[in-house]
Design a protein around this ligand. Sequence first.
Ligand code: MCA
Ligand code: AMP
Length: 506
Amino acid sequence: MNPTANQNFLGALAAVADAHAQRTCLIQPGAENWSFAMLSDASRRVAGALAEAGVGPGDRVLAQVDKSAHAVALYLGTLRVGAVYVPINTAYTSEEVAYFRGDSEPRVLVCREQDVPALAPVAGEADLLSLGADGDGTLLQNAAQATPVDTITKRAADDIAAIVYTSGTTGRSKGAMLTHDNLTSNARVLLDYWGWADDDVLLHALPVFHVHGLFVALHCALLSGTPMIFLPQFDASAVIDALPQATVMMGVPTFYTRLLARDDFTQQTCAGVRLFISGSAPLTEQTFAAWEARTGHRILERYGMSETMMNTSNPLDGERVPGTVGYPLPGVEARVVDAGGQELARGEVGVIEVRGANVFAGYWGMPEKTAEEFRDDGFFITGDLGKMEEDGRVSIVGRAKDLVISGGYNIYPKEVERLIDEMPEVLESAVIGVPHRDFGEGVVAVVVPVDEAVEEPQVRAVLEGRLARFKHPKVVVNVPDLPRNAMGKVQKKELRDRYEGLFSEA
Ligand code: MCA
Ligand code: AMP
């Protein structure tokens, strides 16, 4: 790598876009398809609007926008001006957005048209702009009038390209700073490892505010100059309609279980597909087996995090073993250690640690938190429990961190417990995740009422508008007290075991 050259990841993407200018980039059923040239042009214009709004190198662009071709242009336009893209889930309430705005201190906050009134009071110093084309002063209207930016702002390999928020154990979200080199190296490795070919067509039904949809999926297609079928969200019928035109699909396990639940999803539907990839949450061996029985395909499972993007993957050509997440990717080192940081023998369960060009630069504005999660030799402590199999594959067996993963979204119990505990009717609560057929894990609140039993609608009413709905408990259980160990710590494992079957009919 030439350290004096421009290491802005957009440079690599722009070169590919120029080489494939007339090729279709975004296939949008029911709407106009976009070529690579159209996307480049739109992103140059968005870059112009951002520059006119005063956005410069290192400034944050906080985006809470629906998935669309324009949202992709916003991401690319942000990189073009050397700014830092900060995407957040569209399900977040204005109270949650207020936190992200305060923490990331963006120059602009780009939102959906309908959210302008609710977000205006929390925009602080940031310019609030809606992305949409309607109404004066939206980002797209500004972009239409702006002078397109043709240059790509120079960035060093370790300059920050994006901040991806990931929930913290204390309930405070942490912004994982991903560098241009993190994005570039991981995308290149994945293209090669998954054998991306010139005739590949990706079915993209993931949201574009997390690493999975925004980086892993999008970058594979953009960096190879191949088209994507760009669906606004996962909808099983739309996916079944689109799959015959696709060669690769990436999804969270819920995508796979929902497709299997459909009688009209058959081997014929995916006759042209060469690769199904799953990640973000554990894929059960049952789903793996049912998928193979239905389609003849063995799903390739991989493992990543917001802080590291992709760490390990089952092989493209070798055996894909269900229940494992495969081998460390080229350039990524993985080890399993005990509580004291000592590497464990193969087969023994401990915490997974990783090191490599994929690993983030630290948490935004939290140097002490960053220091806590790195070893002196540069390994990042993932908080996932796993083991290294004899043949060097990694298996994830659980989580050291108190985290629920529901349909691929992370929910930190503390964040929910804190609000439930504020209810005058509640003495204390424990939020856990238990097996759920659709979401993998479903959120359950176990509450100790002060007096009368606390019902689920009461809890929901308290959380409404304060916490994104996917974090709301799907069930509330009342108990006389919470199980605790000798130290007084709530025994969540005991609760998880106790309520394991709660969603067996779900
Ligand atoms: C929606 N709801 C959920 C979830 N999604 N509840 C629990 N868990 C969820 N994941 C709730 C909504 O709050 C709403 O509740 C009701 O379900 C219907 O909402 P809708 O939007 O229609 O839901 P859906 O279309 O059925 O969405 C389910 C989904 C979606 C398709 C599985 O959650 C999804 O696209 N998940 C992908 C997440 C992802 O990309 N994760 C990657 C992050 P109510 O009726 O009460 O309002 S992890 C990552 O990036 C790392 C690096 C990695 O390894 O990949
Ligand atoms: P996030 O913080 O949203 O990026 O989520 C990352 C977490 O998702 C990881 O630390 C794992 O706990 C989990 N995860 C990602 N991929 C897998 C997988 N294939 N199997 C099990 N857990 C996974």
